[in-house]
Design a protein around this ligand. Structure first.
Ligand code: ATP
Ligand code: MG
Length: 650
């Protein structure tokens, strides 16, 4: 039925319009008479406003307005405006039948007859609620985003147009670069680059890369308004219009100066730690080797000495060979001493030392070791405090450094030995130090050599020329004395080795204790019963042989327990000579056990190196391994003073 009616209506033009209007559901299209009474109604109007045609025709259109709008006379005014101006157009809230509201876009057109008389109004209304909501949401999100970007202070976020002129500026940009938005918007971004980078065309390259590839990322130095620089991480992103054309460039810059610094510092610390660990490991290894070597050398040296004596009338050729062997063993002993010094296992006798005196005493030695082409100067301030150091080791260190200087100056040059007071040296305990420096005008060292110079066995002097143990010895000695060695070198200019050593705590208090009274008795021979303890049979054998040759009666024990047994059994024993480091009980522990019963019993501690923990074996006379027969005899004389009140040892 509908179908045929429509078909009929479509025959007339009025009917066709009617059909059109009736088909429209997205717009409310209806007519009003001149007073605003609804005279027609379409499905769109029904859909938006909720009224059926029968309910609404004959009603005034003002009911579609809100209460306030009605009170304000808006409906009448709308009609008046339409009549007067030929059109009324507005957006506003309208009311549905169920009382709910919607946001409407309204157009009212006056309708006139052919004579121009007003016959009514055509009214078209559209529901824009959804669009309005979407627009509001968009506005809100844009505003939020703007506030977000604006408020970020850790990142400079700003826009450049396609030519690189600044078009927006956030708080972070202001904070990091120092410009206010007024100062910088409209300026070219190349001003943030350093002069060199600008000259190298970096800003332009960045812009081109970002435009071409959509993104540019780099780290580099940038300049603030005040001219200071900072290390920046920069990202430039190209922003395109929906049609694909370039709208501009978003630039995000972060100040990473601090992070970069921190990262570098961390890297340096890690490297230093690695180096320290390496040295520590080499130290252990070297110390261990040197310890075993020391014992072997002792056996060799001792046996050679005995051999030499027992072959008094040997043929001069044999004597010569023996002598060579002994010298070799001595050189070996000197080497192991350097290794032990590096491993910080040298037994140091720390005494107050006047550096000026030491250097003066050494002048002849130095001059003859260095040769005439090297000039030696000493610069010391008038009041120089004494240092706390081992006299022999300190002299050895100076000699090593001076010889290194000589080797670096094959054509001659000068060496300056100087000293200066320092407090609070970085890397050392707070306190008072003396910096003793040996400076040459030689070849200097490149970075790699300088880094490795204190490693044991590192040498650039070629096989047979350098052992690579000179600086390690100096390094170990200073560290063991509570100081440190610092090397400074410039290739082609020279090298300066600085020994930082602690100033003696109370220069007057400690006067060398070791020594004189016993020494004068060395000559007096007395036959003793001596017990030696050593877990190393080679060493034990050697010591016994040396002692027997001196005319003493010797008992030998391979361990502390055995020694105690022998002591209990043999009441005639006058003296104990014990090794320190032994498996079950150490030499100093053994001494404590013996002294618990016989407080005055003479004991000599033979140690290859500083095997003693602080406080251990204190007061016991020491004998440094390897020892010669003469050193052994002297130690015995000091420990057992015949015909004199026994030395109080404790
Ligand atoms: N004053 C210096 N000038 C230039 N290079 C030096 C200087 N001192 C040390 N070196 C470098 O450091 C390396 C190690 O020095 P170190 O004293 O430890 O051993 P060495 O001198 O080679 O051997 P040794 O001291 O046993 O004769 C040297 O081979 C040399 O390359
Ligand atoms: Mg050297």
């Amino acid at each position: 039925m509908e179908h045929t009616e429509r078909f009929k209506a479509s025959k007339s033009s009025e009917g066709r319009y009617r059909m059109l209007v009736d088909a429209i559901t997205d717009y409310a299209i209806y007519m009003l008479d001149p007073d605003g009474i609804v005279t027609s109604w379409n499905p769109g109007a029904r859909r938006f406003k909720g009224y059926d045609e029968s309910e609404i025709i004959g009603e005034n259109f003002s009911r579609f307005y809100t209460e306030e709008d009605r009170k304000a006379g808006l409906p009448q005014r709308a009609l008046k405006t339409a009549e007067r101006e030929g059109k009324f157009e507005q957006e506003g809230w309208r009311v549905r039948k169920d009382g709910t509201q919607f946001w409407a876009y309204v157009v009212i057109d006056p309708i006139r007859d052919s004579a121009g008389k007003l016959v009514g109004y055509a009214k078209i209304t559209r529901d824009l609620t959804e669009r309005r909501k979407a627009e509001a949401a968009l506005r809100e999100s844009e505003e939020q985003f703007r506030l977000l970007v604006q408020g970020v202070t850790d990142y400079a976020i700003y826009m450049l147009n396609s030519e690189g002129y600044v078009s927006s500026w956030n708080l972070g940009a202001e904070r990091i670069k120092g410009y206010t938005p007024e100062e910088i918007i409209g300026q070219h971004f190349s001003r943030f680059y350093t002069e060199e980078d600008r000259q190298a065309g970096l800003p332009q390259k960045a812009l081109e890369t970002a435009s071409r590839e959509g993104r540019y990322e780099r780290e580099g130095w940038r300049v603030r308004k005040d001219g200071t620089t900072f290390f920046a991480s920069v990202i430039i992103d190209a922003i395109y219009n929906p049609d694909g054309s370039l709208l501009g460039l978003a630039k995000i810059t972060r100040d990473i100066t601090e992070q970069t610094k921190a990262a570098r510092a961390l890297e340096a610390t890690r490297e230093a730690l690695l180096q320290a660990q390496k040295m520590e490991a080499i130290g252990h290894l070297t110390g261990g080797i040197a310890h075993d070597f020391n014992n072997l050398l002792m056996a060799v040296q001792g046996s050679l000495e005995l051999l030499q004596r027992r072959l008094p009338d040997a043929d001069p050729k044999v004597a010569q060979l023996l002598d060579n062997a002994r010298q070799g063993a001595q050189r070996g002993a000197a080497l192991t001493q350097r290794m032990l010094a590096f491993a910080r296992r040298q037994e140091l006798k720390l005494v107050p030392l006047d550096v000026r005196d030491v250097v003066q005493r050494m002048t002849n030695l130095l001059q003859s070791s260095l040769g005439p082409s090297i000039r030696i100067d000493a610069h010391f301030p008038v009041n120089l405090p004494k240092i706390n150091a081992d006299s022999n080791q300190f002299e050895l260190a100076l000699l090593n450094l001076a010889i290194n200087g000589r080797d670096a100056m094959p054509k001659g040059g000068s060496i300056v030995i100087a000293a200066a007071e320092r407090t609070d040296v970085p890397g050392l305990k707070a306190g008072h130090y003396l910096c003793v420096s040996v400076t040459d005008t030689g070849t200097g060292m490149d970075e790699e050599t300088l880094k490795r110079a204190t490693e044991p066995f590192f040498t650039t002097k070629g096989v047979g020329k350098g052992t690579g143990l000179g600086l390690p010895m100096v390094h170990g000695m200073t560290e063991q004395s509570g100081g440190k060695l610092v090397l400074k070198s410039t290739p082609g200019q020279g090298t300066s080795a600085e020994l930082y050593l602690p100033v003696a705590p109370d220069e007057t208090a400690s006067v060398a204790k070791e020594g004189a009274p016993g020494a004068s008795h060395t000559g007096k021979k007395r036959q003793l019963s001596i017990l030696t303890v050593d877990d190393d049979p080679l060493v034990a054998l050697n010591t016994s042989a040396l002692l027997e040759e001196l005319g003493h009666t010797v008992y030998s024990a391979p361990s502390a327990m055995h020694a105690l047994e022998i002591l209990r059994r043999e009441k005639t024993i006058d003296l104990l000579i014990t090794d320190q480091l032994m498996p079950d009980m150490t030499g100093s522990e053994l001494a404590t056990r013996i002294r618990a019963e016989k407080a005055q019993f003479p004991i000599i501690l033979a140690t290859g190196y500083a095997e003693l923990a602080p406080g251990e074996g204190e007061g016991l006379p020491r004998l440094a391994k390897p020892f010669s027969q003469r050193e052994l005899a002297e130690a015995i004389a000091r420990a057992v003073i015949p015909d004199a009140p026994r030395r109080t040892i404790a």
